[in-house]
Design a protein around this ligand. Sequence first.
Ligand SMILES: *[C@@H]1O[C@H](CO)[C@@H](O)[C@H](O)[C@H]1NC(C)=O
Ligand SMILES: *[C@@H]1O[C@H](CO)[C@@H](O)[C@H](O)[C@H]1NC(C)=O
Length: 290
Amino acid sequence: MKWSVCSCFGSCLFFILRLPVSTGKLDLSSWVIGSPQPIVALAGDDVILPCHLEPAISDFSDTVEWTREDLDPPYLHVHQSGRLLVQLQNPLYKYRTILFVDELKNGNVSLKLFTVTISDEGRYLCFIPSMRRGDFIQLNVGESVILNMTPITLISSSGVVLECESKGWYPEPELFWLDAEGKLLSAGAPETVRGPDGLYTVSSRVTVEKSHSNSFTCRVQQLSINQSRDTHIHVISSWTHLQLILIVLLLISSLALLFSSFCVFVLPFVFTNGNQKNLVSNNLFFLHFW
Ligand SMILES: *[C@@H]1O[C@H](CO)[C@@H](O)[C@H](O)[C@H]1NC(C)=O
Ligand SMILES: *[C@@H]1O[C@H](CO)[C@@H](O)[C@H](O)[C@H]1NC(C)=O
């Protein structure tokens, strides 16, 4: 009797010790790994927030919690006993999250989030309560709905003023100017305006010399969402315009000269009858018209 109580006590003790040991085994052998780099998405995209156990685990079936610290309630997906706990889920994420059921048992607890919006941007936590381990995943959401660029060229006495504007950015982008060789041009800080839709419009002006290099690039980029847009501006310098106009004028006047000399000097010798006078006066009228 004494012995069996003792053995019962022993096995109970063993069982009690075994519980934390079995989870402790996970604790010691596996880490929860998110993503060291931010995950980047554009509004409207579906995105995977990666998270997995490393080393991989077979027959993983523990509870998985996905939370965002600035949400109330913070849960966007809690997976327990093989299903989503709907009652805990923040309404903003209703019907928008899934875990990969086939991958889950190997310890891949990545979350797929459908049709992200700018308000989904934030720091997510992937957490395994049984292991008391988790990792953060930063999601950056950008917007590029109406990306457009309008180059404007003005000619002033000091040089050529180039202006470039780009709309529909989130987050706030950078803007810079490059010359034909790809060298950075010094320009003032771009002007940034945030519209009621939360999107940014940037614009910038730069004055360039009237020189031989007359090809310029306005680049607007937001590296956190891996978006970059270029617009090329080709300046036809005023000197080239002038040259063109001079050449055309020269051509016209020489043609006119040729034609009038033909009329005045050649025609009178062709028509040698009494109509000669009339013809000449007609031609003179024509010349006046010219
Ligand atoms: C986890 O599953 C997702 C979806 O199938 C996949 O894209 C991702 O690469 C997997 N991660 C790992 C570490 O296997
Ligand atoms: C960024 O976009 C370019 C093409 O637009 C692509 O080749 C590159 O792989 C992207 N980089 C990342 C980190 O997504």
